[in-house]
Design a protein around this ligand. Structure first.
Ligand code: H2U
Ligand code: ZN
Length: 348
């Protein structure tokens, strides 16, 4: 019997952050593709678009006017999914019917006044302003007594359902810790109680030793393809120091986060020479007023593209009904990203 190889044989990998498993089927990369082919998004955009609701000076759909902002700009989402002023309500009817009211807050942040830029095309000094804004918002929104979880995220590309190409992200604050960070909270707490160290501190140390899945390393942050990656080119940015939230980052660390964010997204854009779509988001400690030494700040990137600018990975069928599944291994994905030029393809 031949020997088991990650690159040849199907296997399951464990995600210690969530407790989930992912099925890896590396031999499947050989199968033909006759399914849907996505059209690449049109690339050329003006610096200012009079029809864009996020450009400086323009009117938004909600009727408010954006100021002539010069770097970052944050506003309350005109169509917030969560609002602060709702009556408290709990519903239960036996064991099977339960509901509860949820208070919260939604904001939109423009990363730049330039309609034509994206994070990988911005200067690190300008991305640093985005990081500073995240820190301020995390602290400010988190200080509200009805906000326990602050979710910072970015949806990029129309393939991801992003409504506008103007570089922007969102922040939602709410009373409950939502499902994904709640899973990570349980796993990180159990690990910390057992080892007296954060799960990601130990994980990053191991990854740095092997180097196999590392994409970017600077003094304070690492970008890597996690061993348990589900999306084809999934990545994670993790702080080297065990900090529970962005508000604990030093001045230097904030700049290092901006640097890692840029370098990773440049790799992404260079992969298929297209503005690479993804959903990204920061996971960090809840804002419940407690210390959370078990929490380790990190940012997830879930990009949907698989083999080209037009072939998307669908999480359907088996994935929806049973288990997340991927074809190329995390190591192969990391190697492909690492082999790319470090200069953005548009700047060549
Ligand atoms: P995406 O990041 O998924 O594109 O969402 C953009 C958000 O911007 C979306 O939540 C908000 C939408 O409600 N928005 C405004 O707040 N004002 C507008 O004028 C249009 C869009
Ligand atoms: Zn715009």
């Amino acid at each position: 019997m031949e020997q088991f190889e990650f690159t040849e044989h199907s296997h399951r990998r464990y995600n210690p952050l969530t407790g989930d498993w992912v099925l890896v089927s590396p031999h499947r990369t050989k199968r033909p593709w006759q399914g849907k082919v996505e059209k690449p998004a049109i690339e050329k955009r003006p610096k200012y678009d009079e029809k864009c609701y996020l450009c400086p000076g323009n009117e938004r759909a909600g009727g408010h006017n954006n100021p002539e902002y010069k770097d970052v700009f944050v506003f309350q989402n005109d169509f917030s999914a969560l609002v602060p002023d709702i009556p408290e309500g709990n519903y239960s009817n036996g064991e099977l019917f339960k509901a509860e009211s949820e208070r919260g807050f939604c904001k939109v942040i423009c990363f730049s006044p330039r309609h034509d830029l994206t994070i990988p095309e911005m200067e690190v000094t300008d991305i640093r302003k985005v990081v500073d804004l995240w820190c301020n918002e995390y602290q400010e929104i988190g200080a509200l007594n009805y906000i326990i979880h602050v979710q910072i995220f970015e949806n990029k590309g129309d393939i991801m359902g992003c409504s506008n190409p103007h570089p922007h992200g969102q922040i939602w604050g709410q009373y409950s810790v939502p499902v994904e960070p709640a899973k990570e909270a349980v796993m990180q707490k159990a690990y910390f109680d057992k080892h007296g160290k954060t799960l990601l501190e130990d994980y990053v140390a191991e990854e740095l030793k092997s180097g196999e899945r590392i994409l970017v390393e600077n003094e304070h942050f690492v970008a890597l393809v996690p061993f348990w990656a589900t999306w084809p080119f999934e990545a994670m940015i993790v702080s080297k120091r065990a900090v529970a939230s962005i508000s604990q980052l030093s001045d230097e660390e904030r700049t290092a986060l901006a640097d890692a964010y840029k370098k990773l997204t440049v790799m992404y854009d260079n992969l298929f020479e297209v503005s690479f779509p993804y959903s990204a988001g920061i996971h960090q400690a809840p804002t419940d007023g407690q210390e959370h030494p078990e929490w380790h700040l990190h940012m997830h990137f879930y990009p949907p593209l698989l083999r080209s600018a037009t072939v998307k990975k669908f999480m359907v069928g088996y994935e929806m009904m049973a288990n997340a599944q991927r074809d190329i291994t995390a190591e192969q994905a990391a190697q492909r990203l690492r082999d790319l030029p470090t200069v953005h393809y548009k700047a060549k």
